[in-house]
Design a protein around this ligand. Structure first.
Ligand code: IVH
Length: 662
């Protein structure tokens, strides 16, 4: 049992991992691998002082974190534009060629998992993080380390090893077989099942006990190396090659093509072949190969112009409508939902599909008991395409809308010109419940830990009647709720308390005024600065605001004419919920300026500074071009700063920018 033997074992095991995952060329049998692993664990057990961060034993898991710390990504994770058909790809090609006529494309599988960002310091894996909102993700290092396809240390014999910090991005996923096996086990244990491999992978990586993650057999394909250009790499193809040399698993099915027709042909082949892959892919990602071309193409607000995701056409399957249920929403609309015989489509099991309204049911002639054709609209929302009347046996029943609200019993109306049937009782329990769910949601008051289940309990126990009552909840009373522990009660009260400071814009959105979404909430908050002012706004005045039309203006005015709503606002006000805007437009000093922010700032997070820029009349953009007025940079700013300097665009640090605002 020597330290030298331990070093040897570490090398053997990591080499085996690399060959297995990185090269798809196993050099050890499972039994041999396990034997080496056992030997290593035994040595480390008797000499804990010899355990290092990059030991394969770190993959076994065990650390129990109470919460995942939030971390800011060094560069935001962008999303991709979607293409659904050949024509979309041709359009993309035309846009590309207008700027980079001789561009070539790298086509990669779009792995259906979740983005995992990896950070290496001096070759050692120091951090793994989820995508989060693209700017800030959750640190899940302990869990990421359990994925054997993720190198704990990058290969030392590569030039890039010497870069002190390296960020790699890729997709964590669960192979189909692991998914089926996991669900089979869960079914046996009476646990809830995962809908698809993607959810299973995400759930596994968010385990607080990484030993559970270790048992989930996840995979990882890497496809992006941040700052690759600064490392002397010139193409995406080279990135994939270098990643592989560094010991990462790169999906081998990528292709490099010169024409979009070749790309389209490959996409077509994969529509069929994807089902025989051991993991799920939901499309292909097409990237312009040369970074020089990528740079010329640049970015839109949220995605690169040099890449596009081709999404596979939605699948269609047959199932039966067992029943039609009614759900009463926040605005009183009665939405019929088909209860289906479980069916697997486009990657997950579907048991319900919205039927939208009675007209839709009549148009498609969907009856209870019917065989129907189902797909996922936009690959996400289960939708019945049509009924199959030829399969009827006469026992099918025609659906009728109920005359009374199934939740409160008040009469159901169909207003003129509307497809919807509505319950008009504003204190209908179903409506109240949905309104509360909306009120606490992320873009509204953002009260974490207050999901529909807890809301149901609060309502059932008569602890609240509406969302404003949340601010008067008492700790002792909360504890009377089933399964509500001290800690969760405290956390919940804290989250509720914190939400009082959310500010005017999210609060306006939270009120659930018809037609008023997040964006209009912001517009109104900026214009009026305080709830009181908005409350007194007249119809004509509202209509004059850009973004606000007749219907919206009417809806806002009538909201503030309703006494029940005013009482609700008063209750919020008594609870000291903040009713004024964070910033009101005081000046237009950034008017006409296009500003790029890069790196980490101390005073603002990315969203805050973007809002500030807009409030001061400027436009915030994500990519540096000749049109950029100036760049504000913070810590660890990278390629954007370099590019601005190259283009001779003024750059300011945070303090200089602040001085500008004074
Ligand atoms: S590239 C700026 N390549 O698809 C480029 N993404 O919207 C950003 N994904 O959530 C991504 N396979 O996690 C890229 N070969 C691949 C991918 C891939 C899967 C995911 C990615 C992101 C989404 C893109």
């Amino acid at each position: 049992m020597s330290e030298q033997r331990l070093q040897e074992l570490k090398k053997i095991i990591e080499k085996a991992n690399y060959h297995y995952y990185g090269l798809d060329d196993p050099i050890l049998t499972d039994a041999e691998y396990d034997a080496y692993m056992r030997e290593l664990l035994a040595i480390e057990k008797s000499h804990p002082e010899w355990v290092t961060e990059d030991s394969p034993s770190q993959r076994v898991g065990g650390v129990v974190a109470s919460q995942f710390p939030k971390i800011r990504h060094p560069e935001p994770l962008l999303s991709l534009d979607n293409a659904f058909q050949a024509e979309d790809l041709k359009d993309f090609d035309r846009r590309v060629r207008a700027i980079a006529p001789d561009a070539e494309y790298v086509v990669e599988f779009k792995i259906d998992g979740l983005t995992v960002a990896l950070t290496y310091e001096n070759g050692l894996l120091i951090r793994g993080a989820t995508r989060g909102d693209g700017e800030v993700g959750e640190e899940i290092t302990a869990n990421v380390k359990t994925i054997r396809a993720v190198p704990l240390r990058i290969r030392e014999d590569h030039d890039i090893f010497n870069s002190s910090l390296l960020d790699v991005r890729g997709e964590g996923y669960m192979p189909k077989e692991s998914f089926l096996q996991l669900n089979a086990e869960r079914e046996e244990e009476g646990l809830s099942l995962f809908a698809n491999p993607r959810n299973a992978a995400a759930g596994s990586l968010r385990q607080q006990d990484s030993r559970i993650t270790a048992g989930r057999k996840l995979g990882y394909f890497s496809y992006q190396l941040i700052q690759a250009e600064n490392l002397g790499i010139r193409t995406q193809e080279e990135v994939l090659r270098v990643l592989k040399e560094l010991g990462f698993t790169v999906n081998p099915h990528y292709r490099v093509y010169k024409t979009i027709d070749q790309v389209i042909e490959y996409c077509g082949e994969m529509v069929e072949q994807r089902h025989s892959l051991p993991y799920e892919i939901d499309g292909l990602v097409i990237k312009v190969n040369h970074f020089a071309h990528q740079r010329e193409l640049g970015y839109t607000a949220k995605s690169p112009r040099w890449a596009i995701a081709y999404k596979f056409p939605a699948e269609q399957v047959e199932t039966e409508v067992r029943d039609i249920e009614i759900n009463v929403g926040r605005t009183g609309v009665l939405t019929p939902t088909a209860i289906l015989r479980d069916v697997f489509v486009a990657g997950s099991t579907v048991s319900r599909a919205t039927l939208h309204n009675l007209d839709n049911i009549r148009e498609k002639d969907i009856r209870i008991g019917d065989h129907v054709l189902l797909h996922k609209a936009g690959d996400v929302i289960p939708e019945i395409i049509k009924s199959l009347p030829e399969k009827r046996n006469g026992a099918e029943k025609i659906f009728e809308m109920p005359a009374q609200c199934p939740s409160c019993g008040s009469p159901v109306y169909r207003l003129e010109g509307e497809a919807a049937h509505r319950c008009l009782n504003i204190s209908c329990p179903s409506r109240q419940r949905e309104a509360i769910i909306h009120f606490v949601s992320r873009d509204a008051m953002n009260i974490e830990g207050l999901g529909p289940a807890v809301i149901n309990q609060l309502l059932e126990n008569h602890l609240i009647e509406d969302a404003a009552d949340l601010y008067f909840l008492e700790y002792e009373k909360l504890l009377t709720i089933e399964r509500m522990a001290h800690k969760s009660a405290q956390n919940l009260l804290q989250a509720i308390e914190a939400s009082k400071q959310r500010g005017l814009a999210p609060l306006i959105f939270a009120l659930g005024i018809r037609h008023v979404g997040v964006k209009v909430g912001k517009v109104l908050a900026n214009r009026y600065g305080a709830m009181e002012a908005l409350r007194n706004a007249g119809l004509e005045e509202l209509k004059e605001i850009g973004d606000i039309g007749e219907i919206m203006a009417k809806s806002i005015v009538s909201f503030f004419q309703d006494q029940a709503n005013l009482d609700f606002l008063d209750k919020l006000s008594r609870a000291n919920v903040k009713m004024t805007a964070e910033h009101t437009v005081t000046s237009q000093i950034l008017a006409g300026k296009s500003i790029v922010v890069t790196g980490t700032l101390k005073t603002w997070d990315r969203r805050e500074i973007e809002e500030l820029i807009e409030q001061l009349g400027g436009k915030s953009s994500s990519s540096v071009s000749k049109k950029t007025s100036f760049v504000v940079y913070g810590e660890s700013a990278g390629s954007k700063l370099t590019k601005a300097r190259e283009l001779g665009i003024p750059v300011f640090d945070e303090e200089e920018f602040k001085a500008m605002l004074k």
